[in-house]
Design a protein around this ligand. Structure first.
Ligand code: C5P
Length: 417
């Protein structure tokens, strides 16, 4: 990786001493590191240490260096911003865009990816205010590393420990590498995410447990890699990503209409949403009432259209179709066979298979998928955070669409007799 200009923001938590390790690892990896501590951080770790380790001057004061417009210059020059530790207070300030110190100004003046490593006591981490601020930052594309679980400053332990410096540095450099990749620039990508709801009456629906996390991560990752993204959002339980054209849908028929419109002329369609196979034959205009007695209720369901199969079996030259298969099958070989059969039946170009269960898959932050190609071959296996799985799937998308474009530019010569 070529050397990056990295800003390391350090805020006022006891874990600030561990930030020295973050700075050192980045410097040893050959990067140009500029440390921006808050005033509070300097109570935990001294400026001379930070200057010696970073090999650059360290500033905190908004009113120093005004002639060189330092409050924006540092952020504008940054390729990557890492804030470690990030206290609850700094997280709140970042979420609302408060810029009352050099670090706040630096972040606002920058378009570089931001990675934060929260560190605080468990109660502060779990507080709804902190959780809401974290959700806001994540929706804005900020990467949150940790916090880890373990011994905190006092006698207590739990989630709140700052991740180890090497973990933070690895994650931050991974984010920088991904954001430097603009390999989907100029491509139009459509992603469906979430789970459909089929109304029974004005208050009830048949739904599923898909949170939309994986689909949203794919939309965010595609956006970060330069694509123009349309996100068809079906009842998301996660914040909507920035920078995407978002179309809200709820039922399968709404999703079908939205995807069919958006897929026209798209380079890639990723069907990550969990789509109901059946819907109630009749939707009651009024709330369905219990009859007297103990009789059960029988619902009549009708088949929904298979949207992916509809797209897959229609001519779709120039549009790469990526389907998903969420299966409860425990046996690896049988899981792959199900995936292969599904890819073929639906006419998808690629199919990402993941295992789901009562505790696996849906609301989790982690995922593991196997991507099957046109001949039933395993194209890739990726596991990790839903964001890293998203990038793994997009790596395949990029190589498939790039080779298709190259083949179109240089069609195979047909032998004439
Ligand atoms: O058949 P199954 O639901 O396992 O297929 C999953 C894939 O097919 C997903 O990509 C999902 O978005 C898509 N699908 C669809 N229309 C349906 C059911 C599933 O497009 N009615």
């Amino acid at each position: 990786m070529s050397p990056l200009n990295v800003v390391v923001g350090i805020t006022g938590g006891i874990a600030a001493y561990k930030a020295v390790g973050v700075v050192r690892a980045l410097v040893l990896a050959g990067h140009d590191v500029h440390v921006v501590p808050t005033e509070a951080a300097l109570r935990f770790v001294g400026r001379p240490t930070l200057e010696a380790i970073s090999r650059n001057p360290v500033h905190t004061d908004l009113y120093e260096g005004v002639a060189e417009v330092r409050h924006v210059a540092i952020g504008q020059a940054a390729d990557l911003i890492v804030i470690a530790p990030a206290t609850a207070s700094t997280i709140a300030k970042l979420a609302t865009g408060i810029a009352d110190d050099l670090l706040g100004n630096t972040v606002l003046a920058s378009e570089a990816p931001v990675v934060i490593a929260p560190a605080m006591h468990t109660e502060m981490w779990r507080h709804p205010a902190t959780q809401a601020n974290i959700a806001t930052l994540q929706a804005r594309g900020v990467t949150v590393v940790g916090p880890g679980v373990g011994q905190l400053t006092g006698a207590d332990s739990g989630p709140g420990r700052m991740e180890e410096p090497e973990t933070i540095v690895a994650a931050a450099l991974g984010v920088a590498a991904a954001s430097a990749r603009r390999d989907l620039a100029g491509r139009r990508v459509v992603v469906t995410a979430g789970g459909t709801r089929e109304p029974l009456d004005p208050v009830r629906f048949l739904g599923n447990r898909s949170s939309g996390k994986q689909g949203v991560a794919i939309a965010e990752a595609a956006r970060a890699r330069g694509a123009e993204v349309t996100l068809i959002a079906a009842n998301l339980e996660v914040p909507e990503p920035d920078g995407c054209d978002i179309r809200h849908v709820s039922s399968v028929l709404e999703l079908q209409q939205a995807v069919t419109d958006a897929a026209k002329g798209a380079d890639v369609v990723v069907m990550a949403a969990a789509v109901a196979d059946y819907r109630p034959a009749d939707v009651s205009e009024t709330k369905i009432k219990k009859d007297g007695g103990d009789d059960g209720l029988t619902l009549e369901l009708v088949r929904n259209p298979d949207i992916l199969a509809g797209l897959g079996h229609a001519p779709h030259d120039g549009t790469l179709l990526v389907g998903f298969a969420a299966e409860t099958e425990a046996d690896e070989q049988r899981l792959l066979e199900l995936g292969r059969a599904k890819r073929e039946a639906k006419g998808a170009d690629l199919l990402a298979i993941n295992r789901v269960g009562w505790t696996e898959g849906f609301a989790s932050d982690e995922n593991a998928v196997v991507v099957i190609g046109r001949s039933g071959e395993i194209v890739t296996r990726v596991h990790g955070t839903k964001m890293s799985v998203a990038h793994g799937i997009l790596d395949v998308v990029v190589s498939e669409t790039t080779s298709a474009a190259a083949a179109a530019d240089h069609p195979k010569e047909v032998e004439s007799t």
